[in-house]
Write a protein that binds this ligand. Structure first.
Ligand SMILES: Nc1ncnc2c1ncn2[C@@H]1O[C@H](COP(=O)(O)OP(=O)(O)OP(=O)(O)O)[C@@H](O)[C@H]1O
Ligand SMILES: [Mg+2]
Length: 318
């Protein structure tokens, strides 16, 4: 076994705000191999986008990485200079489809101008960049002349394909997809899921697939990381997590799958996502957990390694 493509080790991120310090990620760890997909699942505010932004180093100004490592092919990329990261990693080896990005295409720029920008910035001659962009569009099932369109001339599904083409055009090894289908109707969502599967095969991609939807996650992912209030609740093969969830929070997510499909708020797990400025003591899920015990209120749960290779952060399995 060689080194994994990506190792995230004890990653912790805070946001400094007027109201206090938001502890958005607390010691999050996972591995990802080449051509493997991990889904990151959790309710709104659980820290999913924060993981994505930390890996591609596009966290907002008020964010602080307070600990941990992001190791890409053996290199801790958090230690690199911005210049080196931009030259060799961002867009080159790891690309991101940011949350809501299909709706943030610049309305006054043609597709071609938006697509070639990251390439030209890296020194690719403009003619070559246009050729690369055109080919990337074809590989996501759009005609080359989409290059000359403006965003308003494209449907939602087409815009999302443009964004995906942008992400893959420099042939990265890892693509981070932050809720890539959540703004789309069910049919278009299914088409995009099929496209992602095909691109993964064709270009031997690894994905970090971020979603609210555990069912969608299990469709694409080899493994699933369930995030709750900035901490890993459960991590394991997609089949196991989906068919036999162990953490009470994952179990709650499972029963709310139909609701999640429609991208509504969770109603099946009573209570609210906790404040990350003053998170609950002990297990952050304890105020909402149907199996809560005394120790859960007092002490952080240990990360338990189950026999089936899964990890679950819960006192029930201690
Ligand atoms: N720039 C910021 N400044 C302050 N707080 C932030 C900032 N960005 C995110 N947060 C907070 O950090 C926590 C994690 O946010 P994050 O966007 O990572 O969650 P998420 O799981 O992606 O949620 P969603 O499903 O709504 O996209 C939330 O409490 C959020 O309010
Ligand atoms: Mg998000």
């Amino acid at each position: 076994m060689g080194v994994p493509l990506l190792e995230v080790r004890n990653l912790s991120v805070n946001y400094i705000t007027m109201r206090g310090v938001v502890k958005a990620l607390d010691r999050v760890s996972f591995d990802l191999d080449e051509n493997e997909t991990i889904a990151v699942v959790g309710e709104t505010g659980s820290g999913k986008s924060t993981i994505a932004k930390a890996i591609v180093r596009v966290l907002e100004e008020n964010a602080r990485i307070t600990g941990g490592e992001v190791i890409f092919e053996g290199v801790d990329v958090l230690k690199l200079s911005e210049e080196e990261f931009r030259r060799n990693y961002r867009w080159v080896k790891v690309a991101m489809v940011p949350q809501g990005s299909m709706n943030s295409l610049n309305p006054v720029l043609r597709v071609v101008d938006q697509m070639i920008e990251p390439l030209v910035l890296r020194g690719v001659p403009k003619v070559d960049a246009i050729k690369i962009a055109g080919e990337a569009l074809e590989s996501v099932g759009l005609p080359k002349d989409t290059l000359n369109r403006y965003p308003h001339q494209l449907s939602g599904g087409m815009k999302q394909r443009v964004i995906i083409a942008m992400a893959i055009q420099a042939r990265p090894k890892l693509v981070i997809l932050d809720e890539p289908t959540s703004a789309l109707d069910v049919m278009t969502q299914a088409n995009i899921m099929n496209l992602l599967k095909r691109l993964k095969r064709e270009f031997k991609l690894s994905y970090i697939f971020i979603t609210h939807d555990l069912a969608l996650a299990s469709e694409l992912a080899d493994k699933v990381l369930v995030l709750y209030a900035g901490r890993v609740a459960e991590l394991g093969s997609a089949d196991l997590v989906y068919t036999d969830p162990k953490h009470p929070y994952t179990q709650g997510l499972m029963t709310s799958v139909p609701t999640l499909r429609e991208d509504k708020k969770l109603s099946f797990i009573p209570g609210e996502v906790p404040s990350l400025i003053n998170p609950p003591s002990g297990c952050r899920f304890h105020p909402r957990c149907p199996y809560v015990m005394d120790i859960c209120r007092r002490e952080d749960p240990p990360m338990i390694d189950l026999k089936d290779g899964r990890k679950v952060a819960c006192w029930l399995y201690h």
